[in-house]
Write a protein that binds this ligand. Structure first.
Ligand code: ADP
Length: 316
């Protein structure tokens, strides 16, 4: 089982020719659907084959009903803290080039309490993997990861979005950290004396990237996702098993990309599934599974809705 702790949002998306400037009004094509990094990743977990528990906070509104019905359809065990705040929302403008501008109304997501997370302790300590992101309060994420660690459950922290609050304390309880390029650059700048430009990460010298990963997470594994350039993995050297290398790249799968929104969420969910199902695989195999699943998710439009259903997944 995987326990995902995170956000649920109702996404409101306007597709327009150009992003509106201050004071400007534009006309766009509107669509709405589920989102939030937590929910996207929980959906990816469930559809890639893991029994999935999703811990989040919801308001008392239509958004909460949407979360419940979608979770039920994918067999996700939803554990929700009721909130007086409205269910989380995101307002998203997308231009012709696929660039976006996003405003998030955290709403109930910002009110997820450590107490409620602690009450899910049984599910957490009985799981194989706990997966969290930074769209929920740091203390609540920390509670989940601490409970997991105390029971020997592996923790995966996706430190997204890049401008979210984080702490050294939180990084210290992550067994596996999965930033994209800009999140990696932001964390390094915030939590170490080192720096790298986000645009430099994908092409950076591997030995240098490995050294920076070791500085950022001395005790754990770092997986930097690099979009179409795949992923870079850095392990703690004394934890490498057999002929496992301390650092290496895993290439992306070539697919006909339609929309890369949620690719990182697909990657994280599938990585958690693969780690939870375990088997005799080495870490690079788990990353390849995640990379393959993420590539498939880019063949469809949307975030949670674009997560492919693998034959092994178990819809309710
Ligand atoms: P984020 O969505 O968080 O920015 P990335 O863009 O790094 O995350 O994508 C996460 C993963 O999704 C990548 O490591 C890769 O495996 C896969 N992926 C992303 N974009 C593509 C692409 N254009 N082609 C194939 N795989 C992709």
């Amino acid at each position: 089982r995987v326990v995902v702790v995170g956000s649920f949002n109702v996404d409101h998306v306007w597709q327009c020719d150009a992003l509106p400037r201050p004071g400007e009004t534009r006309i766009g094509q509107y669509r709405t659907g589920p989102g939030g990094k937590g929910f996207n990743q929980a959906t990816a977990c469930a559809r890639s084959g893991a029994a999935t528990v999703f811990v989040c906070a919801l308001g008392e509104d239509e958004g909460a009903n949407l979360a419940r019905s979608l979770a039920a359809a994918d067999g996700i065990d939803l554990r929700t803290e009721p909130s007086e705040e409205p269910t989380g929302t995101a307002g998203i403008y997308v231009d012709r080039e696929g660039r976006n501008s996003i405003v998030i109304g955290a709403g109930a997501n910002g009110a997820l309490t450590p107490d409620f997370v602690a009450r899910q302790g049984e599910a957490i300590v009985g799981s194989r993997i706990v997966l969290a992101q930074l769209e929920s309060p740091v203390d609540s994420v920390l509670e989940a990861m601490r409970l997991a660690r105390s029971a020997g459950v592996r923790t995966v922290l996706n430190p997204a979005p890049a401008n979210a609050e984080s702490s050294r304390e939180l990084l210290a309880v992550a067994d596996i950290l999965t930033p994209n390029e800009s999140e990696f650059a932001a964390l390094l700048a915030r939590h170490s004396g080192e720096r790298i430009d986000a645009a430099e990460v994908a092409a950076a010298d591997e030995a240098r990237l490995h050294r920076l990963c070791r500085v950022l997470l001395p005790r754990g594994t770092v997986v930097i996702t690099l979009g179409a350039a795949g992923a870079f993995v850095s392990h703690r050297e004394d934890k490498c098993r057999g002929d496992e290398l301390p650092y290496y790249r895993v290439p992306a799968y070539e697919v006909a990309v339609v929309d890369t929104t949620g690719a990182g969420d697909a990657f994280n969910g599938a990585l958690a599934t693969s780690l939870a199902l375990g088997g005799e695989r080495v870490f690079a195999d788990h990353v390849r599974f995640a990379s393959h699943y993420a590539a498939l998710s880019t063949e469809h439009e949307g975030a949670a809705e674009a997560m492919p259903r693998l034959p092994s997944s178990r819809p309710a």
